[in-house]
Structure formats: C-alpha cells, structure tokens
Write a protein that binds this ligand. Structure first.
Ligand SMILES: [Zn+2]
Length: 349
C-alpha cells in the first residue's frame, strides 16, 4: 500500500510539548456511527425568549440594555465568582480552595441570528476591543491570575443558543494550555536563543501551503502540528503577552484575520461552522511574561460536513491527539473557497 508522505506520520506540537499522530490515510474508513446534520439558518433577528437579546430579562432578574454594539455582563451562572462558598479541607492527598474569580459573557452583536463570520471587520474590532478591555480590567484584580476569553460556537460543542457570544473566565489559577505553552516558549528561548512563536511563523511562511491569511501585522494558518481537522492559529506577528498591548493597526488587522478565517470556515461546507475558539494570553499574576506570545486558536469538532471528531482512547485515554486529516489538505480546502461569505455573495458586502 502506498501512502503519500505527510498523510501518515507523527508531528511534534511545540506549544503543547506532545506528539500528534497524523493518520489521514484512514480518513475514508467505513463509518456507521452518529452523524450530525448541519443547522439550517432559520433563526430570527430577535428572539423574545433569548437571555442575550437587547431589552430581554435574564434569569438573575436583570434586564439587558437596548445595546447596539458589543455588550458585556456578569455571567448569571458563573463557574467562578465572589459568591463561591468556602470549601471544607478534604485531607491529604486531596486539596481544595474557593472557586474565586469572575465569569462574564460578551454579546458580539445585538442581532440574534448574526455570527462572527457575518459581522464586518469593523464590528469585529469592537469584539477584539472587548477582549482587550476585559483582559486588562480583570487581569488587574488581585485574585485573578489568568483571563481566558473564548467562544464556543454551535450545538455540537454544546451551545444551543445561536445568539453570537463569547465568555470570559477570570480565574485564580492559570489554565493548563497557557501554562504549558508558556513553559515551552521559555524553554525554547533558553535552548535555542530564539522565540518559539517567531520560529513557528517563519516555518509556516517558508512552507506557505497552510497559510490562510497574512498582512503586515497578523498571520493565520492551519498549523503543521494541527490536532483537529481544520484547526487554525491566528497570531499577531509582533510578540505581545496580552492582546491589549496591540496597537490600533494591529488590532484592526487581527479583526480582519478573524473575519477571513471564519468566512472560509462557513464557506467550506456552506454551513455555520462550529468551533471552540480560545485566546491564549499570558497569566495576570503580577509577573512579567516577556517570553509569552499571545495567539488565538480555532478548534472545530467536525472533520467532515456531518462527521464529528470524537475524543476517545488516544485523546482522553492517552492524552495525545490522532488527526485523521492532513493539515496541508485541510489548508488547501480552506484556501480554495471564496473569501466572501456565502450568505452575502451577490449581496452588498
Ligand atoms: Zn438573542
């Protein structure tokens, strides 16, 4: 059996410090399990029962203002918060502490049926500005050691409400992904005398097959070491530990890159493309993190139009990912689609 080079091999993930098994040669193996159907975009612009729409009452009793842009509020069901109870010490080897922190929700748009991909780059700049402001404000609090901003999009990642929104978890601990990436960046700097993310950018530019977007300030690519089919990294070219350190031109460029990537996602299968999108920013525990290079990642759960990537034995049991898609083929597919959103082609934008 002949297999093309690059479709069946192990690749080192330099930011997670782990191997990824690329097994694209088995992409078309027989499948008799569950499939998911694409959401039909039959969503109203306003939903009177939606707790995120302007003017509506939320579970806490508070009412949303008649907001017109981006709207941020404290999560009514916080995973961490000032009202978390004092825990009871469990005794060795177990440890506990209070679930202190702040959880917020960011509504990207007042329009219930809108998605990030359909917003204008100028509007996405307001979303970027909200991430920057929240990170700066919450990161300055003494009890907050890390601010995780993210968007979970789509029913297949557990979000039943289509209203475009993301979340902010400002926690007293540093999330594992950032802790690992920080360690990897510091170790690389020590051993190679160069910055890891700068070298990743150079490697992607040199290969060039996986780049989806690039301008003077930002680059977006399917990484060589992708764990998910259609995984994408968006990286500011200048090293900043937190996205609020970007200047106006860099922030606008970042918004443009987000627009470009999410439009290609939706166009790939002409459906609203589900994903988990976290921002990776340095801890806010008071130390300087001059080595940390902030970036954004997209982790889509679908590997084919109606086929979910299940996390199973290798991922949950072993802790390493098996990717059934070649990153080069994924990038090629995303590069091949129209750069204009399929719902607006022929329209005004
Ligand atoms: Zn809504």
């Amino acid at each position: 059996m002949n297999h093309a080079v690059g479709t069946w091999e192990e690749r080192w993930h330099p930011l997670r410090q782990e191997w990824v098994v690329i097994a694209a040669h088995r992409q078309h193996r027989p499948w008799v399990g569950q499939t998911v159907t694409a959401q039909v975009p039959d969503v109203p612009v306003y939903d009177p029962t939606c707790y995120l729409c302007p003017g509506n009452a939320r579970i806490s009793g508070a009412a949303n203002p008649a907001y017109t842009g981006v709207f941020v509020f404290d999560n009514d069901h916080p995973c961490v918060g000032p009202l978390a109870p004092e825990p009871i010490a469990p005794g060795s080897p177990y440890k506990t502490r209070r679930a202190d922190g702040i959880a917020r929700v960011i509504c990207f748009s007042p329009v219930h049926r809108m998605t990030l991909a359909e917003l204008s780059p100028e509007h996405i700049q307001h979303v970027v500005a909200a991430w920057q402001q929240q990170t700066f404000d919450l990161g300055a609090l003494a009890q907050v050691n890390h601010v995780l901003c993210f968007e979970n999009k789509g029913a297949v990642v557990g979000v039943s409400n289509p209203h475009p929104h993301g979340q902010v978890y400002a926690t007293n601990f540093v999330f594992k992904t950032v802790e690992t990436a920080l360690g990897a960046m510091q170790q690389y700097e020590r051993s190679e005398g160069r910055a890891l993310m700068a070298d990743i950018i150079k490697a992607e530019q040199k290969d060039a097959r996986r780049i989806l977007y690039e301008d003077a300030y930002t680059i977006a690519f399917v990484p060589y070491f992708a764990r998910y089919a259609y995984e994408v990294y968006i990286v500011p070219k200048r090293q900043v530990a937190h996205l609020y350190a970007l200047n106006d031109a860099e922030s606008a460029s970042l918004a443009g890159a987000i627009k470009a990537v999410t439009v290609r996602y939706d166009n790939l299968w002409q459906q609203s493309f589900p994903y988990v999108m976290p921002l990776h920013q340095a801890p806010t525990d008071g130390s300087e993190y001059a080595d940390f290079h902030a970036y954004i990642t997209f982790h889509p759960p679908l590997r084919q139009p109606a086929l979910l990537k299940y996390l199973a034995g290798p991922e949950i049991g072993g802790g390493n990912f098996l990717n059934d898609t070649s990153p080069e083929a994924s990038a090629q597919a995303l590069r091949a689609v129209d750069a204009r959103h399929y719902l607006t082609v022929g329209g005004t934008s």
